[in-house]
Design a protein around this ligand. Structure first.
Ligand code: SAM
Length: 540
C-alpha cells in the first residue's frame, strides 16, 4: 500500500490562494496562474464544490512551487503536491477555469519526493521545493526554461518539439522525458545547428545546495512582550520565530541569535507595528572568500538606544565582523532599508572577490547572494561573450559593475549603464580598486543611454543585458538590433520575460544558439539562465 503523507504544517496554503479566497476575485497573479491560454476564453463550470474532498492527479509545478493537477478535467493548484502524484485534497477556492485545494494526503507519492530537512518548510515563504529531490529540481528548472522559450518565445527548442507539442504548460520533466531528450553534445554537434534549434543545457546545480546565501535579512518583532525573529510566514507579515535557516550560513544563524539575546539584555525594543518603535530587521552580509561580515541593524526611528554598546557586544562575540551599521527605515513601502545609514563600529563596507576581481560591498550595494554560483554564471556570460581582447562591450543593467569588470579583463573597452546612481558610484570605486581602466560607467536608463552612445559613435561587438525580473525595455531591444552587435548575451532571472525578449531579438535578426540555466537559488522556484544570441549570418 502506498505510503500516506499527512499535510502537516509544511503544506500550508500559499499567498495567492488566501488572497483569492479573501476577495473572491482573481487578482493579476491568479489570472496568470490559470490553465493554458488556449482554453482561457471559454468558461467552464467547475465540477467541484467548495470544501469537497477530491482526488487530484498532479502533473506540473506552478509559479509558487505548488502542484498543478486535474480532477475531472478541472485544474487545481495544490501546495505541497508534486508531479506524478495522486493526492487527496480539499477544495478551498474556485474560479471559472481553475481552483485551489489543500493537501490532505498523498495517495501515490512521487519517487522524487523527499523529506524536507527544514522543520518550517511550507510555513516559511523562503523555499518552495525542499520536498523535491535536488536532481529533480534541476531537471524541472531546465524544463521550465525550455517550456517558456517554446510557448512564449515561439522558439524551436532542440529535442523538445515545436510549440504545442509535448508537455502541458508547467509540466515537469520526469525521468522518462529526460531520457528521450537528446544529449547536448549530440545537438551541438548536429550538422545543421540552426535546424536543430536552441539548445537548453541541463541546469548547473550546486554540489552542496545548502547554506549558500551570503546575505540574509531577518525581520524582528514583538509578540506577547517577547522578541521574535525569523521570517515572514508565507503570504503575510506574521513573523515566525526561528533560529536556523538551512540556506543561510551557520554564522548568520549565530549572529541573529546573538543580536536577539544582546538586544534583549540591553532592553532594546523590537519593532511593533502598533507602537512602531524598535529593531525592525537585522541584515547580515558576508564576503564568501574574505570571511568579512557586515551587520546592519534597521530601526524605524533614528534613535537606537544603547547602539554603541550593542555593537561592541556583537563584535566581542562574533569573529570576523568588519562593520556594524545602523539604518533607519520608517516607511511601509515593502523595502527593508531606508536611505540613511551610519557606522556604529568598523568600516562602512566589506570586501569580497568574484574570480580575480575584488568588490567593495556597502550596506546598500546589490550583490549576488549565491557566490559559488555567481562565478559559474559570470563564467558562462564571459564564455558566451567570446572575447579576444579587441572587443567593445556594453553591459546594460550593470549594477555595481560586477559583470562589466569581469568582462573588462578580456575586452578592449566596456561601457556599463545602470539606473541607480549609488550603484554606479560603487562600480567606479570597484574599477579603481582593481586598477581596471578600460571601463566607463553611466547613470541612467539603459533604453535611454544606449541610443546616446550609438549617436556618439560607440560600436559594440557584444552587448550583455542582465535586467530585473520584468525584462528589457522594448526600446532597448530595438536599439540593440539597430546597433548590430555580433553577439548578445542575455542573463535572466525570469524565463518568461527572457522568452518574450528573445522573440523580439530573433525578429530583429538574431538567433538564439544556447541557453544555460544556472541554479542560483536551490530549493526555490527561481531560475536564472544565460542565453547566447548571434547575429544572423555570423558563425557563433
Ligand atoms: C538583476 S540586476 C543585475 C545587476 C548586475 N548585473 C549584477 O549581476 O550584479 C538588474 C539591475 O538593473 C538595474 N536597472 C533596472 N532598470 C534599469 C534600467 N531601465 N536601466 C538600467 N538599469 C536598470 C537595477 O537597478 C539592477 O541593478
Amino acid at each position: 500500500m502506498a505510503k500516506r503523507y499527512g499535510p502537516s504544517g509544511r503544506t500550508k496554503r500559499g499567498g495567492s490562494q488566501e488572497r483569492a479566497e479573501r476577495n473572491g476575485q482573481p487578482d493579476k497573479r491568479d489570472r496568470r496562474r490559470g490553465p493554458s491560454s488556449a482554453s482561457a476564453s471559454s468558461a467552464v463550470s467547475a465540477p467541484v464544490a467548495m470544501q469537497e474532498r477530491v482526488k487530484v492527479q498532479v502533473n506540473g509545478i506552478g509559479h509558487e512551487g505548488e502542484g498543478v493537477g486535474r480532477t475531472d478535467g478541472f485544474t487545481l493548484f495544490v501546495h505541497g503536491a508534486l508531479p506524478g502524484e495522486q493526492v487527496e485534497a480539499q477544495v478551498t477556492g474556485i474560479k471559472k477555469q481553475y481552483g485551489f485545494a489543500r493537501l490532505l494526503q498523498v495517495l501515490e507519492p512521487s519517487p522524487q519526493r523527499v523529506e524536507p530537512p527544514c522543520p518550517v518548510f511550507g510555513e516559511c515563504g523562503g523555499c518552495q521545493l525542499q520536498h523535491l529531490d535536488y536532481e529533480a529540481q534541476l531537471q524541472w528548472k531546465r524544463r521550465h526554461v525550455a517550456d517558456n522559450l517554446r510557448r512564449i518565445g515561439k522558439l524551436h527548442v532542440a529535442g523538445l518539439g515545436e510549440v504545442g507539442e509535448g508537455s502541458a504548460p508547467g509540466r515537469s520533466l520526469n525521468g522518462e522525458e529526460e531520457a528521450r531528450t537528446p544529449t547536448v553534445a549530440a545537438l551541438v554537434d548536429a550538422a545543421d545547428p540552426v535546424a536543430a534549434g536552441v539548445v537548453v543545457h541541463p541546469t548547473i546545480g550546486m554540489a552542496d545546495p545548502w547554506r549558500y546565501r551570503n546575505k540574509v535579512q531577518v525581520p524582528f518583532g514583538e509578540r506577547d512582550g517577547r522578541v521574535v525573529a525569523g521570517f515572514f510566514a508565507t503570504g503575510s507579515h506574521r513573523i515566525v520565530d526561528a533560529e536556523r535557516c538551512l540556506i543561510r550560513s551557520e554564522t548568520a544563524d549565530a549572529i541573529v541569535s546573538i543580536v536577539k539575546e544582546e538586544a534583549g539584555q540591553l532592553g532594546i525594543p523590537a519593532y511593533d507595528a502598533g507602537k512602531q518603535s524598535g529593531l525592525r530587521h537585522v541584515i547580515v552580509k558576508t564576503g564568501f572568500h574574505t570571511g568579512e561580515t557586515m551587520i546592519v541593524l534597521v530601526t524605524d526611528k533614528r534613535k537606537l538606544p544603547h547602539a554603541k554598546e550593542l555593537a561592541a557586544r556583537i563584535v566581542k562575540r562574533v569573529p570576523g565582523v568588519a562593520s556594524v551599521c545602523h539604518n533607519v527605515h520608517d516607511g511601509s513601502d515593502g523595502t527593508v532599508m531606508g536611505a540613511e545609514t551610519s557606522v556604529l563600529w568598523g568600516n562602512d563596507r566589506i570586501y569580497d572577490t568574484i574570480g580575480d576581481v575584488r568588490f567593495a560591498i556597502s550596506a546598500h550595494s546589490f550583490y549576488q547572494v549565491n557566490p559559488t554560483q555567481t562565478e559559474v554564471l559570470y563564467g558562462k556570460a564571459l564564455e558566451y561573450a567570446g572575447l579576444t581582447g579587441n572587443e567593445t562591450v556594453i553591459d546594460a543593467y550593470c549594477g555595481v559593475g560586477t559583470i562589466s569588470l569581469f568582462l573588462a579583463q578580456r575586452a578592449k573597452r566596456v561601457y556599463g549603464v545602470e539606473v541607480v546612481p549609488e550603484a554606479i558610484e560603487d562600480a567606479r570605486r570597484n574599477a579603481e580598486l582593481n586598477g581596471i581602466d578600460n571601463v566607463e560607467f553611466a547613470v541612467g536608463k539603459a533604453e535611454e543611454v544606449l541610443p546616446t552612445w550609438r549617436a556618439a559613435g560607440v560600436r559594440a561587438d557584444v552587448i550583455v543585458v542582465d535586467p530585473p525580473r520584468k525584462g528589457c525595455d522594448a526600446a532597448l531591444l530595438e536599439t540593440i538590433v539597430a546597433m548590430q552587435p555580433r553577439r548578445v548575451v542575455y542573463v535572466s532571472c525570469n524565463p518568461s520575460t527572457l522568452a518574450r525578449d528573445l522573440r523580439l531579438l530573433e525578429d530583429g535578426g538574431y538567433r538564439t544558439v544556447e541557453v544555460q540555466p544556472v541554479d542560483m537559488f536551490p530549493h526555490t522556484v527561481h531560475v536564472e539562465s544565460v542565453a547566447l544570441l548571434v547575429r544572423n549570418g555570423t558563425d557563433r
